[in-house]
Design a protein around this ligand. Structure first.
Ligand SMILES: Cc1cc2nc3c(=O)[nH]c(=O)nc-3n(C[C@H](O)[C@H](O)[C@H](O)COP(=O)(O)OP(=O)(O)OC[C@H]3O[C@@H](n4cnc5c(N)ncnc54)[C@H](O)[C@@H]3O)c2cc1C
Length: 258
């Protein structure tokens, strides 16, 4: 049952960008472990003071044989759950339930000629999981764009470069809003940094993940620029209710349609 709480134990934690982590758990029961990248789990654990914490997270990887599943999270300095997650160690227990939402693979509109993933921060997790899986059996062009604050925040650069070297039909770029002298990539908000360069958007499927504010603006701009609604899917981690700013959307539409 989707809502049954299932036992899990901590397996490993890896910092993949400043303050962003890939955490892996072992499922301690015998039930099916069949998550796809983009499925959401409901995750509970007790912190060291005995407080029960509860939040949803988006699965990036699942290894049914080893009974392991992973998600990527950003450590929020005042956040209760993420401040506990970064302290987890061997022997620590948690529970999880679901699967909720659709995996990314099932959201892609039939006939899409290209896949464009746009993420902010830890939103890279499910897109990275999906892209790794999709590159093995899809030949449509796949592009990933991720927005961060600083160059140190950029996640999984080596892994993404390796995928791009191996698969001609995959490219990725990061944009940072607070670049330093060493940064030679895109700058500014990810949507603004890429909108001018996106071609043939009516034929692509867009998957947007992370900050709800970015998602709501980009989604509205894509619709107004002529992308059919079924070709835009999303997973909002926070700021879900932030309304798209009209002026920002207008700028994006202009850049998308120029
Ligand atoms: C459907 C769904 C799926 C989610 N999947 C993921 C996931 O895969 N990875 C992940 O990191 N988070 C994800 N989240 C957010 C996650 O559930 C928690 O809200 C987050 O980890 C913060 O928990 P906390 O207890 O540490 O902080 P809280 O005390 O709950 O929140 C502190 C503040 O942090 C903000 N915030 C929440 N998430 C983020 C974030 N990712 N980056 C920056 N600011 C944030 C909130 O708006 C809030 O103001 C998801 C949320 C939803 C609704």
């Amino acid at each position: 049952m989707a809502n049954d709480k299932r036992p899990a134990s901590f397996h490993s934690l890896r910092e993949i960008g400043s303050n962003t982590y890939l955490i892996t758990f072992h499922a301690d029961d015998d039930a099916a472990l069949d998550y796809e990248p983009g499925h959401v789990i409901s995750f509970d654990c007790d912190d060291r003071d005995g407080n029960t914490l509860h939040h949803p997270y988006t699965v990036i990887e699942n290894d049914a044989d080893k009974r392991l599943f992973s998600f990527v999270f950003r450590h929020i300095p005042d956040g209760k759950m993420t401040s506990y997650l970064i302290t987890m160690q061997d022997g620590d227990k948690a529970t999880f339930s679901g699967k909720f939402h659709e995996p990314i693979a099932d959201e892609i509109a039939d006939g899409a000629q290209a896949f464009i993933g746009i993420a902010t921060g830890s939103g890279i997790g499910p897109l990275y999981g999906y892209i790794k899986q999709a590159l093995a059996d899809s030949s449509i062009p796949i592009t990933l764009y991720v927005g961060y604050k600083t160059p140190e925040d950029v996640c999984l650069a080596d892994e993404l470069n390796e995928l791009a070297n191996k698969h001609e039909h995959f490219t990725w770029q990061a944009s940072v809003s607070e670049p330093d002298g060493s940064w030679s990539g895109l700058t500014g908000r990810i949507t603004h940094a890429i909108a001018d360069d996106l071609d043939n958007i009516e034929q692509a499927h867009f998957h947007l993940v992370g900050n709800g504010s970015m998602i709501n603006e980009m989604r509205e701009a894509l619709y107004q620029a002529g992308v059919p609604k079924e070709q835009v899917s999303k997973e909002s981690f926070f700021n879900h209710g932030v309304k798209a700013d009209g002026e920002t959307v207008e700028k994006l539409v202009k850049a998308l349609t120029n």
